[in-house]
Design a protein around this ligand. Structure first.
Ligand code: ADP
Length: 200
């Protein structure tokens, strides 16, 4: 913990609800977790487009994108993964507070960090979506060739091979991409969130 630096948080005159009213939607976070290759990014870009086409203010925080910018200084040790997610939680919270529908697609393998996300963002605005696929299928898909590299020991700390993935115990929604097509997966998420994003 850093020393107290005389920081004073200012509230401002515009509230979260004011912003939601302006955008005619509820700001919330859809937190997609799952193995590499399970389908998080594919589903996230499609859900984003579907919501955008419905005139919704939506933004995506994607693992690989954030790792090339905000988190480019971080690797894949347990400490770095935790710091990676800590920053993403803070970023997602800011977007949500701005009234934006925020789609987070990160492996986020540790249960503790996902619990932290829910706690920080707020249970009513946070939805954990488990993008579920078996390791066998993910290895077969291997869209970025990462499983091959991990198996050949060219990369270390790779989730599912040389690092753990802790499955969500009570996710708000499970999307089983072993069984569903991309369209079916996107449709299921749209059904799940449409009433939640409606400003009330
Ligand atoms: P992740 O972001 O989880 O690492 P990607 O979205 O990059 O995964 O890759 C998932 C791969 O699986 C893509 O090639 C995609 O076309 C394929 N796929 C097959 N079925 C599905 C599905 N139901 N949902 C999402 N992706 C799927």
């Amino acid at each position: 913990m850093k020393e107290n630096r005389n920081i004073h948080v200012s509230e401002g005159f515009v509230s979260y609800l004011d912003r939601c009213r302006l955008l005619n939607q509820n700001g919330l976070v859809l937190w997609m977790t799952g193995l590499s290759g399970s389908g998080k990014s594919t589903i996230a870009v499609n859900v984003e487009k579907r919501l955008f086409d419905k005139n919704k203010a939506v933004y995506r925080l994607d693992g690989d994108n954030i790792r090339t910018g905000l988190n480019s200084d971080l690797g894949f040790t347990e400490n770095d993964r935790n710091e990676n997610i800590r920053r993403v939680i803070e970023a997602a919270k800011l977007f949500k507070d701005a009234g934006i529908i925020t789609i987070v697609s990160f492996i986020s393998p540790y249960k503790k960090m996902r619990e932290q996300a829910k706690l920080k963002i707020g249970a009513g605005c946070f939805f954990e979506i488990y993008i579920k696929a078996s390791l066998e299928i993910c290895k077969k898909r291997d869209p970025k060739g990462l499983y091959k590299k991990a198996i050949n020991k060219k990369i270390s700390n790779f989730t599912g091979i040389t690092d753990i993935y802790e499955e969500p115990e009570e996710p708000d929604l499970i999307i089983d991409t072993d069984l569903l097509s991309v369209n079916e997966s996107v449709e299921k998420i749209m059904e799940f969130i449409l009433d939640k994003i409606k400003f009330s």
